[in-house]
Design a protein around this ligand. Sequence first.
Ligand code: ATP
Ligand code: MG
Length: 395
Amino acid sequence: MERFEQASSIIRILKQRGYEAYFVGGSVRDYLINRPIGDIDIATSALPDEVMKIFPRHVPVGLEHGTVIVLDEDVAYEVTTFRTESGYEDFRRPSEVAFVRSLTEDLQRRDFTMNAIAMTEEGEILDPFGGRRAIQNKQIETVGNPHERFQEDALRMMRGVRFVSVLGFTLSEATKQAIAEHAPLLRHIAIERIAAEFEKLLLGRYVQQALPLLKETKLYEYLPYLEKKQNELIQASVYEWAYVTTDTEAWALLLYIVKINDAETVLRSWKLSNKKIKSITAVLNFLKKRHMQDWDELLLYEAGEEIAVMAETLYAILNCKHVHTQRVKKQYQSLPIHNRKQLQVTGTDLLQWTEKKGGPWVAALLEEIERAVLYRKTANSRESIKEWLNTCKLL
Ligand code: ATP
Ligand code: MG
């Protein structure tokens, strides 16, 4: 409630100017469910121009959709003008957005009844489509006819299953049937938007319920490289996903379980960022190594702490063990060095000591020294390293 109280000043100002304004969307839903709320969205009868005039500190993020971000102290609120949508093209975006002055019309364009509830700044609930009843019954149902609503915007089908995963609710029978019927429309949706929903699905607390639903509704047939993995998706739902906390772990665990060999190609087709692809493939790589050996100094050093902890987490999940990453963290922190720069000897030292000409041998020898330091065959000081090199006749 505290967060809403802080945000209510925005609503009060709009109302003082003669407009209507309400809390709407996910924050009201989460408040009614009694789970932590995310961003607070506000819907208003004021037009975007009017909102921008009233709140000089704003960011015009999506004027054509009626959205202005209003900054209050350090908090950002999405303030969106009541609107309807019509003339949906290609099963995705509406071709026309019309601003309207009625809250009910605005709520009617929203995807699910639980997301179509408004709240006044005094905490009074306005719920023309039975969202509260749906929440009580833990049901996800579209506002209006599910067939029409999924044909308007096919992404809503993924959102439905994503909410199953996040909230632990079930799809109403009619909503589920309609998804099963219209799943092929997912082809029209940009992969980035599907990926964003799918990632939230993988990180949901109830993902073990959502994965079989992907099979049941046949949505999986339209997910890149998962279209033939129906059995693996069911298998995936058996594991203890609760230990997964990052999107990198989620993707890596999924790809491992569904037995995808070329993870990079798959993740590229999902259009994930290069950074994300890099860390997911690194986790998979070290997970494979972890299956062959326990962590030792060199393996930890090569992986780095973050990747090692994630790989260890997945290793434990896959072996149905408790996840204890503390040991890996401690072991990593006690490594003699954590990167090449910390080595007290450089290539220049080696050239001076040997008076030999430079060449590939320098890099090779440095690597050997690095290993010796990691495995504590020598201390990481110039004198010790030199002595070790002499003893081993490497100089
Ligand atoms: P989260 O807590 O994950 O942010 P959310 O319900 O707030 O969930 P958003 O994507 O932030 O989801 O959207 C905010 C609101 O906008 C939704 O609650 C819903 O009312 C409406 N909405 C979002 N996407 C759609 C859509 N594709 N079709 C219809 N309404 C939508
Ligand atoms: Mg939201």
